[in-house]
Design a protein around this ligand. Structure first.
Ligand SMILES: [Zn+2]
Length: 290
């Protein structure tokens, strides 16, 4: 019993209003080791505090790193977008330059054949290009529209310039001096190009215009003369049949008559002439664009 008591340390605690007395029995060894427990407790709290601080710091760092990564990704995305945009702009620029070059070739061709184009006009300088190009700017849109206007203008003008051949026949005689095809010993000047073919083959106008003459005309036999713009006329001779009448408007490629052997002709063919400002010129320059 005494041994048991020596292990116990009693505390008297008085509580509240009832003045009730309670006795708590605590083992002596706990009282004796209180300081040790206190130190252990402090250490545990300290360790927990350090761990929580470390965790909190880690979270802060991770969050900061996340924000930094997000900023970098946004920057890279922006750079990628700019690069893609620049590439697209460059591709459009290349295409426009190519179109510009083609336009100039066509305009040069037409200029060399007395057709005035906008390349010679005052606004030609405004079509010059250079420097960096951004397709979405008003200036570049205007530039594109300007090219479209020029293309439309060129198409219109080209349709009034005699180009190509009036039929699919075989070329049998060119423009210039030649021996007499009717069998004489003399040479003569041939004022056009001949294509041989079957009687009745379709003969088409090489440009839009108005029929100036449709009927029989001496050595030409049955012939059609069409008046175009820019001082041009075309003549189609030795026809077997007429498909147009005087004063009629015709379009490029429209059938105006059928191949024949009328007039001064030694076989079925069409005689084709181009007259510019009253002068007969070599049609070969209007058949090949070079
Ligand atoms: Zn001829």
């Amino acid at each position: 019993m005494s041994q048991l008591r020596s292990d116990i340390h009693a505390n008297l605690i008085v509580t509240g209003h009832t003045l009730e007395t309670k006795i708590f029995r605590i083992k002596r060894k706990y009282i004796e080791n209180f300081e040790l427990y206190k130190k252990i407790g402090i250490c545990v709290v300290a360790v927990v505090c350090i761990a929580v601080s470390g965790l909190f710091y880690g979270l802060l760092r991770a969050n900061s790193k996340k924000k930094s990564l997000e900023t970098n990704i946004a920057k890279l995305e922006s750079q990628l977008y700019d690069k893609t945009r620049q590439k697209k702009a460059q591709a459009i620029m290349d295409n426009l330059n190519e179109a510009q070059s083609t336009l100039e070739q066509i305009e040069n061709y037409l200029n060399s054949r007395s057709v005035e184009t906008r390349l010679n006009s005052e606004d030609a300088d405004s079509t010059g290009i250079g420097g960096e190009f951004f397709p979405e700017t008003d200036a570049s849109l205007n530039l594109s529209e300007d090219r479209l206007d020029r293309i439309s203008d060129l198409f219109h003008k080209i349709s009034y310039v005699p180009l190509g051949t009036p039929c699919n026949g075989r070329m049998t005689s060119t423009f210039g001096v030649r021996s007499n095809p009717m069998g004489g010993d003399n040479n003569e000047f041939h004022s056009g190009i001949d294509w041989a073919g079957r009687i009745g083959s379709k003969i088409s106008s090489t440009a839009s215009g108005t029929v100036k003459y449709a009927g029989y005309q001496g050595n030409y036999g049955l012939c059609v003369i069409i008046k175009h713009d820019f001082g041009y006329e075309t003549l189609y001779g030795h026809l077997s049949e007429l498909k147009v009448r005087e004063g009629q408007q015709v379009k490029t490629g429209e059938v105006i008559g059928l191949l024949g052997n009328t007039g001064r002709s030694n076989g079925p063919h069409v005689h084709y002439e181009i007259i510019h400002n009253g002068r007969k010129i070599n049609p070969v320059n209007f058949i090949k664009m070079n």
